[in-house]
Write a protein that binds this ligand. Sequence first.
Ligand code: ATP
Ligand code: MG
Length: 399
Amino acid sequence: MKEPFLSAVPVIQKLESAGFEAYFVGGSVRDLLLNKPINDVDIATSATPEEVKQCFSKTVDVGIEHGTVLVLYQNKSYEITTFRTEAEYEDYRRPKEVSFIRNLREDLQRRDFTMNAMAMDKDGNLIDPFDGQAAIKNKVIQTVGKATDRFQEDALRMMRAVRFVSQLSFQIEKETLNALVDLGHLLDKIAVERKQAEFDKLLFGINRKQAIQLILQTNLYSYLPGLADKENNLKLMLEHRLDRLNTREMWALLGYCLKIEKKEMEEFLKGWRFPSKEIREILNILHYLNIRFKASWSSYDLYAARKKTFVSAEMLYLVISGIESVDSIQDYIDLYERLPIKERSEMDLTGNDLIGWFNKSGGPWVKELLIKVEEAIVEGTVGNNKKIIKEWLMECNHN
Ligand code: ATP
Ligand code: MG
């Protein structure tokens, strides 16, 4: 047994010694068999949430209505979920209520794909009633049970299938794929937040290009916010080398391919329920990308955009222009690092200085002049020193 499972073994032992069953389940077991890095281990148990809470001194109720308790143990946290079924689904969505059960097999049976429906005990023995190991060996994504039933229970599973295509470079098994084509329209019933989380992961997967292709081929794009009639725009994404872009840059590229104005792009991102800070950052990248298409970066643009934004905008510029070398990014970072100031607050000048020097009452002119000086400092025209700034202003009669 290796980390992070090893540290969690005492957690399982604790539940077992209280008379319950407990296993590692889900993505962590899959990723272990795939030799992939494992983020967090999920544990499933026959203990009810209340019983789990009695076994540990530090717990947090994170999703108790779904049977999940967060256990803090030796500075690590574990999500422990009670075996459950989701017998009654409403309106193609996740059920509102779940029933807790004492049986592992039934818990595995309600999981989405065979590769995700394995459990492992504390000694490393696999419990694999749906042959998830074969799915992993053959690199296939296949629902547990009949695909049409499973997608009708929870339509998000269709998005998850394509997201796993992107992350794992697996193929979707034929019947599962057919069901996905037939039932794609059920995605309309799914909360945008859930679709967003899967699409976000899809955009960042190693096999993202094939996944986007699949979204197109299967018509799933028609049921995603703001993409219903954007087949040709989505296709444009495939013309570029996508592997260099992070998730935010992928969203910005999508915006670029949509060929929409800023306001519309803002609405598009709102439609995907992005928080406003994230919307601002994506719009900013697109703004500087536009500027970049017209000219190379000026010192002031680098300063105004800030590092994270100009690095992203430059990366997108290179990708869209089909430029292989990314050396320019480092060159611009070097230029940025050498800027005399990085923030307005670092200026050796305040509005009060200006009001005193020019002996005028405050007004819009103060802000305008501050910006002028800021630009001059950033561009290296004047040093960032009160005395020098004053001389420069008097000399050019900037009043
Ligand atoms: P990741 O590595 O991205 O976390 P994951 O497989 O762990 O992938 P999660 O969303 O964390 O995905 O879900 C954990 C497990 O819960 C899955 O492996 C699967 O067994 C089950 N699961 C998650 N979502 C669904 C769903 N919509 N329907 C059925 N089972 C699901
Ligand atoms: Mg997970």
